[in-house]
Design a protein around this ligand. Structure first.
Ligand code: UD1
Ligand code: MG
Length: 441
């Protein structure tokens, strides 16, 4: 692909979102709307990316640069329309003379394949190309006016005649042309229309009037769905989840009830993985081959090794690393901890800031007391150690390889290798006490 630059328009605040944050920072599938758009763009290895943001949108600029580190950002201080917004990028891209794609930052479902197809049309014999779609309900969209097979104008809803409003082939907003066509034409766009705005869509009529060849490609409506409300954000989330579930299943995972499993854009799932119903994977989760994630488990920033069994009702928080064959059972929370091969934490336990050695067994109700109100401390549990139920391990503390901790212990000192630590009240018996007690009632 010849050198391509992308201008992403993201100055809209999204007033119908009823939110304090800019629209493009709202999240779906575990990342911002802008993040989805930029990752589709990034896959095409663009020469330049310029994001047009509104005033006081430093957070949007930061988000853009977190995904495309050399992305440029410019501020559009007044919202005068899509052509006005695109023109804001002119100074930033003044040295660029390849193909420029102008698109919106709030359409997270667009794929790099669709963008690449549009760009190839402009890199072929077309001077300009627009991405269109057949709208189930075209209301609100700009309509493609086609004469003798070629695109001659785009008519915005508010400017369209009754006949034009019947047209269902609509503008997605993605426009590709070359730099030497874009900038002169943008300078000629006026604002004599129903909304008093500078419309990017006017480029088509200007180009066609100059005798340039204006082409279009068509994608599915789903791919260009934008977000203007929380309800549409939820629709986008549903579409993304369908994609992520399909990807997991295509990769060899069984999802018993896929519609109840929620994944993220970066969830990695191996072959022959089994995911039971009602599992949530937030960002940064990797699940190795043959692992089983049982129902109602909640995962974030966790790496689950091959053959592990997790849940039901497990909570794996960021920094959890389960080596091959480790087991984490019900009502167990793990944070920033490494479980080495074959270790088991099966019931009602909190493990935070710890290492659990190979083959170690952590009994029900064990708590690593990792926090003293100011700092976090580490618990190190050796290979094949056995921690009895209902023990509190007060960090920093080390349980040696092969050591035993008696049930109900509060361990405050290191336990040597192969030792038994008992740190609990000693049991007393008083023979006949219960019978005497009953007799007194
Ligand atoms: C636009 C298109 C319309 C298309 C529709 C697809 C124009 C004139 N119309 O209409 O043909 O069918 O999108 O969804 O282009 N923006 C700015 N600064 C501005 C104005 C807009 O950054 O001054 C950004 C918005 O944040 C938004 C995008 O451009 O992301 C589109 O603007 P919007 O007002 O939603 O345009 P539509 O009326 O939906
Ligand atoms: Mg819109």
């Amino acid at each position: 692909m010849a050198a391509t630059a992308f201008i992403i328009l993201a100055a809209g605040i999204g007033s119908r979102m009823a939110s304090d944050q800019p629209k493009v920072l709202h999240r779906a599938g575990g990342r911002s709307l802008l993040g989805h758009v930029l990752s589709a763009v990034k896959a095409l290895d663009p020469a330049e990316v310029c994001v047009v943001v509104g005033p006081e949108m430093d957070a949007v600029a930061n988000e853009a640069q977190s995904i495309v580190p050399n992305a440029r950002t410019v501020v559009q201080t007044e919202r005068n329309g899509t052509a006005h917004a695109a023109n804001m990028a002119k100074d930033e891209l003044s040295d660029f003379d390849g193909t420029i794609v102008v698109m919106f930052g709030d359409g997270p479902l667009i794929t790099s394949e669709t963008l690449s197809e549009l760009v190839s049309v402009v890199n072929g014999d077309a001077d300009m190309a627009l991405l269109g779609f057949e709208a189930a309900d075209p209301h609100g969209y700009g309509r493609f006016i086609i004469e003798n097979g070629s695109l001659v104008a785009i008519r915005e809803e508010k400017d369209a005649s009754a006949v034009e409003r019947e047209i269902t082939l609509c503008n997605s907003g993605v426009t590709a042309t070359s730099a030497n066509i874009l900038w002169p034409l943008l300078a000629r766009v006026g604002n004599d229309n129903a909304q008093g705005e500078y419309y990017l869509t006017d480029l088509v009529e200007l180009a066609a009037g100059d005798g340039l060849k204006v082409a279009h490609t068509v994608c599915s409506e789903d791919e260009v769905q934008g977000v203007n409300s929380r309800a549409q954000l939820a629709q986008i989330e549903a579409r993304l989840q369908d994609r992520y579930r399909a990807r997991a299943m295509a990769g060899g995972a069984t999802l018993i009830a896929p519609e109840t499993v929620f994944l993220s854009h970066d969830t990695e799932i191996g072959r022959d993985v089994m995911i039971e119903p009602n599992v949530v994977a937030l960002g940064g989760v990797r699940i190795g081959d043959g692992a089983v994630v049982r129902a109602f488990s909640h995962l974030e920033g966790a790496e689950i090794g091959p053959g592990c069994i997790v849940g039901p009702y497990a909570r794996l928080r960021p920094g959890t690393r389960l080596a091959k064959g480790a087991k984490v059972g019900n009502f167990v929370e793990i944070k920033n901890a490494q479980l080495e091969q074959g270790s088991k934490v099966n019931h009602l336990t909190y493990i935070g800031d710890a290492r659990i050695g190979e083959g170690a067994n952590i009994g029900a109700g064990t708590i690593t007391c990792n926090y003293d109100g100011f700092n976090k401390h580490f618990t190190d549990i050796g290979k094949n150690a056995f921690v009895g139920s209902n023990s509190a391990l007060v960090a920093p503390v080390k349980i040696g390889d092969g050591a035993f901790v008696g049930s109900g212990s509060v361990v405050t000192r290191d336990v040597p290798e192969d030792a038994l630590a008992l740190a609990r009240g000693r049991q007393e018996e008083r023979p006949g006490w219960a019978a005497r007690f009953r007799a007194l009632q």
